[in-house]
Design a protein around this ligand. Structure first.
Ligand code: SME
Length: 154
């Protein structure tokens, strides 16, 4: 079930308050990611995989998430996650089969959104990835609301 724009906004508003309250009292990045993955997964009924890949050395390594088993590591510039990391830009992918180089950790994935998480200097320290079994589950509303949530990371 993909919520309409109004319901998405309401769900994200509640989630944003919860995530920002958690982050304001918790400096540890893994604890922050774990809490955000849970809160945002609950907020998005259109998601089956919600969570983080962290920049570790020269690659992305899986971090806290909710959902089915994911790939452990993703290289720079590879897949939707590696593209979000390399470009520093949110990737909204309505049809993963049309995205060159998409990495299918779960073959049921049909659409996804990936938002870069940046430190105070603007360096990407992780990406936040949400996958859906429905096509076109994510749009400009998800992008705007998730970017608003993650702008408060640093
Ligand atoms: N689909 C992502 C890989 C990560 S998972 O789906 C959990 C990608 O293409 O980067």
């Amino acid at each position: 079930m993909i919520p309409d724009a109004e319901e998405k906004r309401a769900r994200y508003a509640t989630a944003r308050k919860r995530v920002h309250a958690l982050w304001s009292g918790e400096p540890d990045s893994i604890a922050r990611m774990a809490g955000a993955a849970c809160i945002l997964h609950e907020a998005m009924p259109h998601a089956f995989w919600t969570g983080f890949y962290r920049v570790v050395g020269g690659g992305l390594v899986i971090g806290p998430y909710q959902g089915t088993p994911g790939c452990s590591r993703i290289a720079w510039g590879k897949g939707v996650c590696g593209t979000a990391w390399a470009s520093g830009e949110t990737q909204v992918v309505p049809d993963v089969h049309a995205f060159p180089g998409h990495i299918a950790c779960d073959s049921r994935a049909e659409s996804e959104i990936v938002v870069p998480v940046k430190d105070a200097r603007g360096n990407v320290i992780a990406v936040f990835d949400v996958d859906s079994m429905e096509k076109a589950a994510f749009d400009a509303v998800d992008r705007e609301e998730l970017e608003r949530i993650f702008s408060a990371w640093a």
